[in-house]
Design a protein around this ligand. Structure first.
Ligand SMILES: *Cc1c(COP(=O)(O)O)cnc(C)c1O
Length: 463
């Protein structure tokens, strides 16, 4: 073990050193991957030196998600305290189903969930769990909604049309989960959004009434806290009123920006959250923990037991259900994802979490101000979002993003809203500062001016 840990230290030190000068890993085209790196598996073992060499090669060529040039997805950065917790979780390799197998780690998970419930404003009836990602916590929310509406489904299967409402801007996990749950993709209504990317309340209510008239069963409203492209917050407070009026389960998908609950200033974006039935949030997004760290919060924990508990004599042999967390989880064997978040939280305190959220919004304000005050940019952003959306000199966003990637300059992605396609800069790395954001624009601008032949002057027109 010690020899392997020494190799680990050596490779990581090489990586950290290399990252200082190379923010983007050397681009390896997918068609050349298997020629450029020795990934082949053979019959014979290799020496530790050879193993170290090949591991280092793979590590150095892997995309660098922690550097000041990574803005591609809804995560980024490297939080050393969270990593410390996660490395310990790997070494300990506890499984979170029973107190017998996880001991104090059960307490770690329970404390994190209880604290989040306190922040939401839920009492001791509330519960929660961790799952392997935001898609899965949303899935659990959908299953609880289905079972709360009809207790017979889990035994005899879906027999009526159960309808799910989610905004046209919501994450693709909702239709996918509708397929998994037996509800069916065709039963998902895409509620139109307003010009700020938020679910239209009037359209939602009209759709619900129409489905009731048709004899179908409205079952779940999925609201989004931070839509994947624009970073928009659905109006949870008003949606909750509709959900109560028609007795429909309300889940808030906060995978991207649910962590605003940690900020006094920005938690107002989730006004009314205490009124919902379930809420998911990814600490591996705004809180910067390693992937994955996905929390599912439930106002009444009885629904977790109703949908997910199963007796198993070979597993639950000691202790109370309250400490055998397998009774409320989707998986059986389950990784300890709580420890990394707990280690971070313990180290920086709730104030530290708040500062991370506030920092991300202030970096977004800096980026939005830059875009709005420079005439070569066209702005597509909404306010109060950590996704900054723009085009530069009329260059098609997908060309710009692809060229920046293939030339190892910046990793940034693009998105669409209505008819527009644009670059989406995500300021989710709380370790970044103002200069890094301004450097992003400088890098992009000088890349374009040095590569006019790639982009063809013809497309350099104002939209
Ligand atoms: C990222 C994201 C998800 C999915 O979370 P994973 O952990 O990637 O499965 C769901 N909803 C929204 C809004 C997201 O941004």
């Amino acid at each position: 073990m010690k020899a392997s840990l020494a190799v680990f230290n050596s490779i990581i030190n090489t990586l950290l050193e290399d990252e200082k000068s190379n923010h983007v890993a050397q681009f390896v085209p997918s068609e050349e991957l298997f020629d450029r790196i020795d990934l082949d598996l053979r019959d014979e073992p290799i020496s530790m030196d050879s193993l170290k060499e090949v591991l280092q090669d793979v590590v150095l060529k892997a995309p660098r998600t922690a550097t000041p040039a990574f803005f591609n997805q809804l995560f980024g950065g490297r939080n050393d305290k969270a990593i410390l917790g996660d490395l310990l979780a790997v070494l300990l390799n506890n499984s979170m189903y029973t107190y017998k197998a996880a001991g104090p780690m059960i307490g770690v998970e329970k404390v994190v969930l209880r604290k989040v419930n306190d922040i939401i404003g839920w009492d001791e009836n509330a519960g929660g769990t961790f799952a392997s990602g935001g898609s899965m916590t949303n899935f659990m929310g959908m299953l609880m909604a289905r079972d709360a509406k009809d207790q017979t489904v889990k035994h005899s299967g879906v027999s009526s049309k159960m309808i799910v409402y989610t905004s046209a801007q919501s994450h693709y996990s909702t239709p996918k989960n509708a397929a998994f749950s037996g509800i069916g993709r065709d039963q998902v209504r895409n509620v139109p959004v307003d010009d700020q990317g938020c679910m239209s309340i009037t359209a939602l209510e009209e759709m619900i009434q129409k489905d009731i008239t048709a004899g179908d069963t409205p079952t779940l409203i999925n609201a989004t806290a931070g839509t994947t492209v624009l970073g928009a917050f659905d109006h949870v407070d008003s949606i909750a009123d509709i959900a109560h009026k028609y007795n429909i389960w309300l889940h808030v998908d906060g995978a991207y920006c649910g962590s605003v609950i940690f900020s006094k200033k920005y938690s107002s974006l989730l006004k009314g959250l205490h009124k919902v039935d379930s809420f998911s949030l990814n600490a591996h997004k705004m809180m910067g923990t390693p992937l994955t760290c996905s929390l599912l919060m439930v106002k009444n924990k009885k629904h977790l037991h109703d949908s997910f508990s199963n007796d198993a004599n070979y597993l639950y042999q000691t202790d109370h259900d309250e400490f055998n967390l397998g009774k409320t989880s989707l998986q059986c064997g389950r990784r300890n994802d709580a420890l990394k978040f707990w280690t971070l939280w313990k180290s920086v305190g709730s104030r530290g979490l708040e500062a991370m959220v506030d920092k991300q919004f202030s970096l977004a304000d800096i980026a939005r101000d830059y875009v709005r005050s420079h005439p070569d940019y066209q702005d597509y952003s909404i306010d109060n979002s950590i996704s900054v959306c723009f085009n530069y000199k009329g260059i098609p966003a997908r060309d710009l993003c692809t060229q920046l990637y293939e030339h190892s300059k910046l990793l940034v992605g693009y998105g669409t809203f209505n008819e527009d396609e644009f670059v989406r800069l995500v300021t989710i790395n709380a370790n970044n500062d103002k200069d890094i954001i301004l450097d992003f624009f400088k890098t992009l601008e000088s890349f374009v001016s040095n590569n006019t032949s790639i982009f063809k002057t013809g497309v350099f027109q104002e939209k």
